[in-house]
Design a protein around this ligand. Sequence first.
Ligand code: C5P
Length: 228
Amino acid sequence: MVIIALDFPDKDTTINFLKKFNEPLWVKVGMELFYGCGPEIIKEIKKLGHHIFLDLKLHDIPNTVKSAMANLAKLDVDMVNVHAKGGIKMMSEAMHAFDNLEKKPLVIAVTELTSTSQEMLTNELLCSTTMEKMVIKHALNTKEAGLNGVVCSPLEVKAIKEACGSDFITVTPGIRLKTNSVDDQVRITTPVDARILGTNFIVVGRPITRAENPVEAYKQIKKDFLGE
Ligand code: C5P
């Protein structure tokens, strides 16, 4: 699946963008849009028939995350996430928010942010292991807590699937077509390579949202990713 990152500042821009598309999409609502518009934006997007990944990356003590997630559960979104850094107990408490729901969303965890470098891990956060080991440990913790998968770099997919199993979902940003600007992304992958690397979902923002023709850009990326 291709998830379009709706990194827009307000409701009107978001809805006008979505109205260009005549098919149900997977879209990602992040902190910018959610904190700017409130839960209302979720209802508006749902009215248009799209699937929603609510990317708020919860990270707090287990009880607080469980209560916060219980509120998000009322929004009936299709995918939500937490930070794996909160630990196994925090993640498993988050899952309890969905105990009484018939239709549960996919729940995934952020491993290491792609903005975190090895240098930062070692010198700023005083973490004495490698980025790769850290990411795999977070993924294993995520699996142990009963979540469905992780957000990670496409380049980490193979190692994560080997450690956690092929049905453990990976959601990967950092996608660019060969003709696109790299922007602020560091480790990028094309949609074709993302397919070859075996990821389940790609998250694509600017290559679609800032394209001259967003619908055509989406179709091209989807075609490349699904290998159609
Ligand atoms: O515009 P672009 O395709 O770079 O957008 C990628 C989206 O994925 C943005 O919403 C960004 O916040 C998100 N993301 C990311 N890297 C991560 C986690 C999330 O780029 N490690």
